[in-house]
Design a protein around this ligand. Structure first.
Ligand code: GLY
Length: 351
């Protein structure tokens, strides 16, 4: 089972975990940003300073076969064996690709994740989904392969921009919606104009534990793990569409917008309470603004949804809610209803 550690002293805690995992050679994967801003922290540990560092370019567009191949190559060239250990230090791009490199190198080496973004901490680093983008599709090739340990430190959160914090926060809102009214109330009341990082850390850890419990029940997403896909069918379409238009949006922002559309579907098809939809939509509009789409874009967005890897047969597969904490997986929704949800999204955010 994956162990999640709420770290108060990240360097000492990573060192402790590394020392407790039997390994012959140690590698640290970073991107150019975490190499400049996060790695220097780790460097103060003698154990970690001795590790071979692998640096790749930053950004999700670099989660490619070429960079994966470069990681494999550097592992090989530096004598990695099946008993080597890889520390993934970075956001979702690093933990996704590093996790996949670890899953595949010599049929699997141990890895640990040290997420440096809120989004990475509450989502990508936890639960064992790893992979790369391929042929224009996000996370098209990958594997379920859990890092043995995930060490979460709020020290990294303090260096994040508000946009990065909000991006992670959208996944936390999603976790609260699939879990409990109390969590949802708390998250909607969080003051972003005066961020209390201790509180953010507590909330994020609570959020991770919601995800972890679901993943433990269904690690390979055959059933209840699909709850974690709430908001994501529409959000993936928005994200891909934004990339096509050369105006990429942060993942969590797309999730926030996707939640509006999918809670609308939840209202229409599963009796999700209207006032909770409206409260969530107002929160999203206020903090995340709007992703501009027009009626003319609906066909393309729909087409993108038909390619979603969460679909089964030819139907577009949604996770919806009948109330907060009451999840309905495998909901097929027809095109007219999806267009109605996009109308509702546009009305809510004012585009
Ligand atoms: N990001 C959703 C999951 O890990 O299942």
């Amino acid at each position: 089972m994956q162990q999640i550690i709420k770290s108060k002293h990240i360097v000492q805690d990573v060192e402790k975990v590394v020392k407790n995992i039997h390994h012959d050679r140690l590698f640290i994967l970073v991107d150019e940003n975490t190499n400049s801003f996060c790695y220097p922290l780790m460097d103060s540990s003698e154990t970690l300073a001795k590790a071979k560092r692998i640096v790749i370019p930053a950004g999700d567009t670099h989660k490619t076969l070429e960079n994966l191949s470069s990681i494999w190559k550097q592992l090989t060239e530096n004598g990695a064996t099946r008993h080597s250990l890889l520390v993934n230090l970075g956001g979702g791009m690093i933990t996704d690709m590093g996790g996949f490199a670890a899953a595949t190198f010599k049929r699997g080496i141990a890895c640990i994740n040290v997420p440096t973004t809120l989004l990475g901490a509450v989502d990508a680093a936890v639960g064992g989904k790893t992979g790369i983008n391929f042929d224009g599709y996000k996370n098209e090739v990958g594997a379920f392969y859990s890092a043995g340990f995930v060490l979460i430190s709020s020290d990294f959160f303090k260096t994040l921009s508000l946009t990065e914090i909000l991006s992670g926060y959208a996944e936390m809102i999603k976790h609260s919606l699939i879990h409990s009214q109390t969590d949802w109330n708390k998250l909607l009341a969080f003051p972003f104009d005066d961020i209390n990082y201790e509180e953010l850390n507590e909330l994020s850890f609570r959020s991770v534990s919601i995800k972890q419990r679901i993943v433990e029940k269904d690690p390979y997403e055959k059933d209840i793990r699909k709850a974690l896909n709430l908001g994501h069918t529409v959000s993936h379409a928005f994200e891909s569409f934004a990339i096509e238009k050369n105006t990429p949006v942060p993942h969590g922002f797309a999730v926030a917008w996707g939640l509006i559309a999918e809670l609308y579907l939840s209202c229409r098809l599963c009796d999700f309470p209207k006032e909770k939809l409206h409260k969530t939509a107002v929160f999203v509009q206020h903090h995340y603004g709007a992703f501009p789409i027009a009626c003319d874009d609906y066909e393309r967005l729909y087409e993108i949804m038909t390619h979603d890897k969460k679909n089964e047969d030819s139907a577009i597969n949604f996770t919806l809610l009948s109330d907060i904490g009451n999840v309905k997986i495998n909901q097929n929704v027809d095109k007219a209803m999806i267009f109605e949800a996009l109308d509702f999204y546009r009305d809510s955010v004012g585009v």
